[in-house]
Ligand binder design. Structure first.
Ligand SMILES: Nc1ncnc2c1ncn2[C@@H]1O[C@H](COP(=O)(O)OP(=O)(O)OP(=O)(O)O)[C@@H](O)[C@H]1O
Ligand SMILES: [Mg+2]
Length: 418
């Protein structure tokens, strides 16, 4: 029997669909005791129809999303009607923007409507049209001249200012993704920038408060989210990832892509340091067993890994926040499973680095307890953190008729305010 799935309360299960370049993963989970996430179902399908995180073939993408949802439904026994969906592609840009509004009568208590107006002003200042805005995330408020206000509700003043982080995805990328998920039979609850979702699964609150950078190195993209005082200050998506490493191995060792992928995953290291020059590795191929030199393999991998990490470093320098990250870097995404990558990252980025694996899970955790599933797990946690499972106004933000996804004004308000 199929159990009805209707996200109408905090304890109701939430579903997430990670639409990645190599895999689509649907996860459904509910909040268990002590903040643990009880995983009720997982459905993973190899991804087709996406390039560098962007939909390039709608039919193929729909088919893969539908297959992943179907697997998850069969395993969990839930019928999935709505889900949080990940998005990361090179058309994404972000900036910090300020919104300022006047408060009608000096002395009137600041309410939710005032905050929404201030957030709207910040979104307008950032420039994009509503349909391209993914997130408008409040980072702090100023009431008149009082800075550092976390919650202005109930305060009095004549001027309300909000500092926000605005994330925008242009070129129809949001609309194409929404179309694919809807055609696969599910309504997107929230579109969530991939590194923000991954952060939910692998960062601690203490790291987010202290200052930390989340780096999700997937197959087609490397995504960054930098947190300070608990909120995102900088996000970026770079069109490079693990599939570029595999491509380099395929070209360098003159091997088919599948063989190169197996070589990388089974025998690869992020650095050739300590690898013996004459150590052979053997792989079974269609044409019989093939032998390669491990040091040569690791040299090729090292060059691309360093290049990716230098791009991350460049992004970090450009952000201007490099010196304020005491909690260092948390690496996640499938490529974070590459042996030795944390050491190479610590050397290049000159910061402490740890690998982020989704934790505090129970239930069907075998597949997803690995960095490649940080986004999928984070998409489920996303709704539990902000407590929007029961928010009937979510409908407003996803207006099917116009195809517009509105910024997460209400959602983030709930996260930010008590
Ligand atoms: N043990 C491993 N060693 C090296 N690379 C690995 C390992 N396991 C997985 N990978 C790589 O991780 C990548 C897949 O990561 P992930 O599943 O996070 O990507 P994705 O979410 O599908 O893509 P994206 O987020 O870029 O759209 C592939 O390039 C794969 O080769
Ligand atoms: Mg990914």
């Amino acid at each position: 029997m199929v159990r009805p799935y209707n996200p109408a309360g905090l304890t109701t299960p939430i579903a997430g669909i990670d639409v990645g370049t190599t895999k689509i993963c649907t996860v459904i989970g509910e909040l268990g005791h002590g903040g643990h996430l009880r995983i009720l179902g997982v459905g993973v399908t190899p991804s087709q129809g996406l390039k560098k995180g962007m939909v390039v073939n709608i039919d193929q993408t729909v088919e893969c999303i539908a297959s992943s949802i179907d697997k998850c439904q069969k395993i969990s026994g839930f019928h999935i009607e709505q889900a949080n969906v990940s998005i990361a592609n090179p058309n994404i840009t972000s900036k910090n923007s300020k919104g300022v509004i006047g408060l009608a009568n000096n002395g009137h208590d600041i309410g939710h409507d005032d905050i929404e107006r201030a957030l709207d002003a910040a979104r307008t200042m950032a420039g994009p049209t509503g349909r391209d805005v993914l997130h408008v995330i409040p980072r702090g408020f100023v009431v008149d001249n009082q800075e550092g206000v976390k919650n202005p509700i109930g305060m009095s003043g004549s001027r309300l200012e909000v500092e926000t982080h605005v994330v925008v995805s242009t070129g129809g990328t949001i609309q194409n993704l929404v179309k694919c998920v809807e055609r696969a039979g599910v309504k997107p609850l929230e579109l969530v920038l991939e590194p923000l979702a991954s952060a939910e699964a692998v960062l601690t609150d203490a790291e987010r408060e202290a200052g930390v950078m989340l780096v999700d190195i997937g197959a087609g993209t490397t995504d960054i989210a930098l947190f300070l005082d608990g909120q995102p200050w900088h996000t970026a998506v770079m069109p490079v990832g693990g599939s570029h490493i595999t491509n380099d191995v395929a070209i360098g060792l003159r091997a088919p892509f599948e063989v190169a992928e197996e070589l990388k995953v089974k025998h690869g290291r992020a650095s050739s340091e300590g690898v013996l020059a004459d150590e052979p590795v053997r792989i079974a191929t269609e044409g019989g067993p093939q032998q390669y030199m491990r040091a040569e393999l690791c040299d090729i991998i090292e060059a691309r890994v360093e290049e990716i990490l230098h791009m991350v470093l460049g992004e970090l320098h450009d952000s201007g926040y490099k010196s304020v990250l005491p909690a260092g870097v948390v690496l996640t995404g499938g490529t974070a499973s590459l042996s030795g990558i944390a050491q190479v990252a610590a050397r290049v980025l000159e910061m402490p680095v740890r690998i982020g694996i989704p934790g505090e899970l129970e239930g069907l955790i075998d597949t997803i307890s690995s960095p490649a599933y940080a986004t999928s797990v984070g998409l489920v946690r996303w709704s539990f953190r902000e407590g929007t499972g029961a928010d009937p106004q979510r409908e407003d933000r996803h207006n099917q008729a116009s195809g517009e996804i509105y910024g997460r004004l209400r959602g983030w308000l709930k996260a930010f305010l008590p």
